[in-house]
Design a protein around this ligand. Structure first.
Ligand SMILES: C[S@@+](CC[C@H](N)C(=O)[O-])C[C@H]1O[C@@H](n2cnc3c(N)ncnc32)[C@H](O)[C@@H]1O
Length: 280
C-alpha cells in the first residue's frame, strides 16, 4: 500500500539529500521524491519514510543502504560526445597545448567528475587518442561519481543505442565492438587508460588520491546543487586541478557568483575556466 511522504518527512529528507549530495530538492518535486524512496522503504519493510531516514542515519548497515538508495536519487543521463562545442575546444586547443607543454612521454591527466556510466570518460579517452596521446603511459583518464551503480556500469563499458545518439555509426564502430543485439563494448585501447573511482563533490578531500589534473570536465551535475554545494564543488575542483589546468562545466552551469579565482575563457560555442599558472 502506498505510504505518503508527510510535510515534516519531506523537509527532513530534503535536508538529508542536501547534506549528503548537495542537491536542492524543492517542494514542487515532492511526489517524485516519494516515488524514488518508495522502493527502498518497501524492500526494508518499513512503515514510513521517517523510519527509512532513521535507518539511514543510525542502522549499523547504513552505509550499504546509502549505496542502494543513492542511485534512486541521481540522474545519470549522459551520452558519448555530449556538448560538442566544448569537445571541439578540447580537441583543437586544450589537447594540443597540453601535448606541447608535457612533451614526448609526458602524461596527460584528464578527469570526468560526475562521470555517470562512463560515457564522458571514454569520450575523453577517444579524443585524446585521436589527438596523439597513444604512447604507453601518456594518458590517464579518471571517472569519478557518487553513484556506485553508475560506476559499475562504467566499469562494464557496454552501452545501448541511446548512449550513441550524439555520434554516427562510423564513430561507434571505430571505437566499440558489437556485443549481441544493440549493444557495444568499449575497445580495449580506449578502456586501457581509464579508471573509475567513487567520489562526492561536496565532501572534503575527494581529490586527495589523485595527482593534479590537467583537464577536468564537471558537466551537468551542478545544476542539481544548492548554492553552498556549488561553492564546495568549485573549491574541490580547484584543488583537483594542476596550475594552468582547464575546467569545463555544462552549458547550463557557471561559476559566476563563486568566489574561487578561476580565469574565465570564452570561445565560439564554449566557455571554460582555468586555474592560473601562478596562484594569486
Ligand atoms: C546528468 S549526469 C552527468 C553526466 C556527465 N557528466 C554528462 O554531462 O553527460 C549527473 C551525474 O552526477 C552524479 N552526481 C550527483 N551528485 C554528485 C555528487 N555530489 N558528487 C559526485 N557526483 C554526483 C550523478 O550520480 C550522475 O551520474
Amino acid at each position: 500500500m502506498a505510504v505518503p511522504l508527510l510535510d515534516e518527512e519531506f523537509r527532513l529528507w530534503a535536508e538529508w539529500i542536501g547534506e549528503e549530495l548537495g542537491h536542492r530538492w524543492g517542494p514542487e518535486r515532492r511526489e517524485i521524491l516519494r516515488t524514488r524512496l518508495e522502493p527502498r522503504r518497501a524492500a526494508l519493510g518499513l512503515e514510513s519514510f521517517d523510519a527509512l531516514l532513521f535507518h539511514l542515519r543510525f542502522h549499523p548497515e547504513r552505509e550499504a543502504e546509502r549505496a542502494r538508495l543513492v542511485p534512486h536519487l541521481t540522474n545519470n543521463e549522459s551520452y558519448f560526445c555530449r556538448e560538442r562545442g566544448s569537445l571541439e575546444v578540447i580537441r583543437d586547443e586544450v589537447l594540443p597545448e597540453l601535448a606541447g607543454r608535457l612533451g614526448a612521454g609526458g602524461q596527460a591527466r584528464l578527469l570526468s567528475a560526475a562521470c555517470a556510466a562512463g560515457e564522458e570518460a571514454y569520450t575523453l579517452s577517444i579524443l585524446a587518442r585521436e589527438s596523439g596521446f597513444t604512447g604507453p603511459g601518456t594518458l590517464r583518464v579518471t571517472g569519478m561519481d557518487v553513484d556506485p551503480a553508475a560506476l559499475d556500469k562504467a566499469q562494464a563499458g557496454v552501452y545501448g543505442t541511446h548512449a550513441f545518439r550524439g555520434t554516427d555509426p562510423g564513430w561507434r564502430d571505430r571505437w566499440f565492438d558489437p556485443r549481441g543485439e544493440e549493444a557495444w563494448e568499449v575497445k580495449p585501447e580506449v578502456r586501457a587508460p581509464v579508471r573509475f573511482l567513487p567520489g562526492n563533490l561536496v565532501r572534503d578531500g575527494w581529490w586527495n588520491g589523485l595527482p593534479p589534473q590537467h583537464l577536468v570536465l564537471c558537466r551537468n551535475v551542478m545544476i542539481y546543487f544548492d548554492e553552498a554545494a556549488v561553492l564546495k564543488a568549485a573549491q574541490g575542483l580547484w584543488e583537483a586541478l594542476a596550475p594552468g589546468g582547464y575546467l569545463f562545466l555544462g552549458h547550463a552551469e557557471s561559476l559566476r557568483h563563486v568566489p574561487v579565482p578561476f580565469e574565465l575563457q570564452r570561445r565560439p560555442g564554449a566557455l571554460f575556466y582555468r586555474r592560473p599558472e601562478e596562484d594569486a
